[in-house]
Design a protein. Sequence first.
Length: 540
Amino acid sequence: MSGLLHIEDLSVHFDAPSGEVVAVDHVSLDIDKGETVALVGESGSGKSVTALSVMQLLPYPRARHPNGSIRFEGEELIAAAPADLRRIRGDRIGMIFQEPMTSLNPLHTVHKQIRETLILHKGMSDAAARARTLELLDLVQIREPEKRLDSWPHQLSGGQRQRVMIAMALANEPDLLIADEPTTAVDVTTQAQILRLLEELQNEMGMAVLLITHDLGIVEKVSDRVYVMQDGRIVEHGPTRTVYESPREAYTIKLMSAEPAEKPPVDLSASPTVLEAGHIRVWFPVKKGILRRTVDHIKAADDISFSLRAGETVGVVGESGSGKTTLALGLLRLEKAQGRIDFDGLEIQDLRGEDLKPIRRQMQVVFQDPYGSLSPRLSIQQIVEEGLVAHDIGDAESRRQMVIDALDEVGIDPASRFRYPHEFSGGQRQRVAIARAMIMKPKLVLLDEPTSALDRSVQVQIVDLLLKLQAEHDLAYLFISHDLKIVRALSDQLIVLRNGRVVEQGEADRVFNAPEDPYTRALISAAFEFELEDESILEQ
């Protein structure tokens, strides 16, 4: 193999109101043709900034390189002429960004976004670009690509959007593909499919891959060499097998050991039932014609029944679009649902307005995205006390003390309560979101993918916190996730959904160790082995 990318002594500094921030500190890294190199570390370690430096996509002049060199096949990229960068970006070097929903242009169709790079770099005609776009969509295994050409990003699932991003990155058959957290936002089966797809495309095209991730399980399966990054510096690197079998640095050992433990079985038979769901259906009408008549229904959640006791966690798993969140919204009366919903001995399915408001205090939610679920215009004090104000609980002084107590309980320094969300890390923001829910003293907490945007080490901390709060307050959790390792660490009961229907449910220990349904076995295989035992099951 010959050298392809050579980064030497690279530093990246950002100008900030509080002073200069060192994001990357004297980093050196090499990638050879045809190999996969992983760059791992927690959020804020400098991984993405390093990748964006290669593409020269940082916000210059606020970001600058006080020292260092980035050479691609001997050509210096730092301070390269714009014309030279345009020639390389998207053609010689392709990039898959972390969040496809924000990386794809919402105003352009799939066809237009892929066609653009073909016309720009290859000078193709519209007809040739259309034909090549169809080839690429077929290459990344999007079903019925002709029907997807004119789709908009919001009409695609998370996995489909990520496949479109891969098609765009590979359109001009690059020599180097930079994949920045390419599987973070997708479910386990889609994750396994995308990783295998990238491996197949790499072998077919002979390209090198720089994989940026915080998931060391993925790294072990797919990379040849690994660089471990902490606080802007490379603290360890070497062949993947060597680093995994004999890690030298304490930080590397910490990352590798950050796996949530399986929740031990607990006898909850004497605990009171908090939620009883009977034959829940959430159907969305499909209307057509001038008169907008209902011609069909999308059965997002269809005939689902279960019970949830105090101190118990019911995990709800399934692929994207399986109906997990829709079910939860129906149970919380945030989406119109049919069926019986018994909360703490009271049937609430027909309650409205003021009659429902006292119940809402007892039913709280922690959302998936700690960046989007906290208002950037409110201080942490205002965010956490928001529910108290809405329900007219206490006066200003007592609410201040309740906020202090709630923040202290979730491990946030109460002295920081006058700061704003952007001043906190992702894990800290999620702790604030948990404090906002817990301050209401709920009986039921819906946790909708509360750890999916976090590093594995931070995920373990959040799991430990949730278990501690559950034990102290006898909380009932409805836990929605596509991360089966986290689900296993929290759940007593498990519901597996597919296309809105239950395919399997029961005690979590039994389902994980002896799954009965082939679809459940496929999910578990993908989650714990990064391989699908039988992918045809998922296509049925």
